[in-house]
Write a protein of this length. Structure first.
Length: 461
């Protein structure tokens, strides 16, 4: 894919359904009693991997574009697959479905592509084994075989590292456990006056779980699983410390679900429009879950002009529209250009595009505490650093992040490293660079956002 610089981004766009939420909606519908219609289901290859795995487990579904009808098999209605479940490139698929499979009476083997096979699975293996599951893996990586268990033991688990995938895996396994299982996130070590670490989970009559209306310093990872379990009729209890618990006697009842657009996909457009003067871009019906909007807070902190409007709640998730205006010059943060601490867990997917954003800031940007990026689809720290240097940026690499100075980017040949977020981030870099940028392996964007380049071209002026 070849990218040339543009003057601005203008127009109104709608983006595909949120990938994280789409995965969960399909899995929860699969083990629910009854039929669920999911609208605005994610168009990504990752979401297709989840549907394919569920089909192998005997779950019937029909798909018509962005609408998926899932005929729930019930909590104990899944069937032994005839071959290993191929999770493709999707870490969310393998880690979440492992929680469901740990409670089944049959054995299942999980495999993935070359990239997924390098990613760590020990983080879900450990709590599942504490619950009594028998799991064989390739030294904590795929392929992984989960031995069927008639009943799992309930546990009270504190995650050593903040991870929504681990939390979700344990909560799904909890549906098959004897008693009530609890999951806690680690105690934060951040400064108590940090303006980025306050999150509020609102009360909602449609959100059947007992969610406290509290404000806390706890570094909440994305809470889509808790919300959606409540939507499907499960009694989810969240105490004042943030500990989430689910009872093993819970059952899910089918309920139609509308997936909001993906805020992680919106981030590429927010950065591109912010960095191009004269831009006026509106993104409609974006998921504004408070555990996912840290990227908006950070962009605003560094001078981006982003307005939220038309906010409501749809299928237990906050949704609204975003309007972003371009700036002639982005000042950055005059106090500190450092982004680190507990907020990192809530914008881990957006860090590659924040790196590109940093090149346009007077203050530059420094990201720390993001070592998790080393074990994503690529080593995203190394991928970002190498590609920015190819474009002439001043970058200092650390084990857990990087420091980027204000830089006038030059067009270059970019390696996507077969990583969708790297490909899309550097497409944005190409829009603000001088000269043409060529992205090798750009088709990998289809893992999360197949329509990305077409949507981007439609608003470029």
């Amino acid at each position: 894919m070849k990218i040339s610089p543009v003057k601005s981004l203008n127009g109104t766009i709608s983006l595909p359904g949120d990938k994280s939420i789409s995965h969960r909606a399909a899995m929860f519908a699969a083990i629910a009693d009854g039929t669920t219609t999911i609208t605005n289901f994610g168009s990504s290859a990752d979401c297709a991997s989840t549907l394919a795995c569920l089909a192998q487990l005997g779950v019937r579904s029909e798909r018509d574009g962005a609408t998926v009808i899932v005929h729930g098999a019930g909590k104990y209605g899944l069937k032994k697959p005839e071959s290993p479940l191929d999770c493709g490139n999707s870490g969310t698929t393998v880690r979440l479905i492992s929680g469901i499979l740990a409670g089944q009476k049959f054995d299942t083997t999980l495999v993935g592509d070359e990239s997924l096979s390098r990613r760590p699975m020990k983080r879900v293996v450990t709590p599942l084994e504490l619950m009594g599951a028998e799991i064989e893996s390739n030294d904590g990586k795929l392929p992984m075989t989960i031995r069927g268990s008639r009943a799992l033991n309930s546990i009270d688990y504190t995650m050593p590292v903040a991870s929504a995938q681990v939390k979700s895996c344990v909560l799904l396994a909890a549906l098959y456990a004897d008693g009530r299982t609890s999951v806690s996130e680690r105690v934060p070590d951040s400064s108590p006056d940090s303006k980025f670490h306050d999150f509020t989970i609102p009360k909602n009559a449609d959100f059947k779980s007992q969610v406290a209306n509290r404000k806390s310093k706890i570094p909440l990872t994305r809470d889509h699983t808790e919300r959606m379990l409540g939507w499907f009729g499960v009694n989810v209890v969240i105490d004042d410390s943030g500990r989430v618990s689910v009872s093993g006697d819970s059952r899910l009842t089918a309920r139609d679900f509308k997936v909001p657009s993906d805020v992680s996909s919106a981030a590429f457009f927010l950065v591109a429009a912010s960095c191009l003067p004269g831009s006026d871009l509106t993104i409609e019906n974006v998921g504004l879950n408070p555990t996912r909007t840290a990227v908006i807070d950070v962009l605003r902190r560094f001078g981006a002009k982003i307005e939220r409007f038309g906010e409501s709640e749809v299928s237990c998730e906050p949704v609204g529209s975003l309007r972003v205006l371009g700036s002639d010059a982005l000042p950055g943060d005059p106090g500190s250009n450092l982004v680190d601490g507990d907020i990192i867990a809530n914008l881990i997917d957006e860090i590659p595009i924040l790196a590109v954003f940093g090149t346009q800031l007077k203050s530059g940007i420094e990201i720390r505490g993001a070592a998790e990026l080393r074990v994503k689809e690529s080593d995203r720290i190394a991928s970002v650093v190498e590609n920015l240097r190819r474009m002439g940026a001043a970058v200092e690499e650390f084990e857990d992040g990087f420091r980027i100075g204000r830089s006038d980017l030059k067009g270059a040949v970019i390696d996507s490293f077969d990583d969708h977020r790297i490909a899309m981030a550097f497409a944005v870099a190409g829009l603000v660079a001088e000269g043409e940028t060529e992205i090798l392996g750009a088709e990998c964007a289809g893992v999360s956002f197949p329509e990305f380049f077409e949507t981007l071209a439609g608003v470029c002026r």
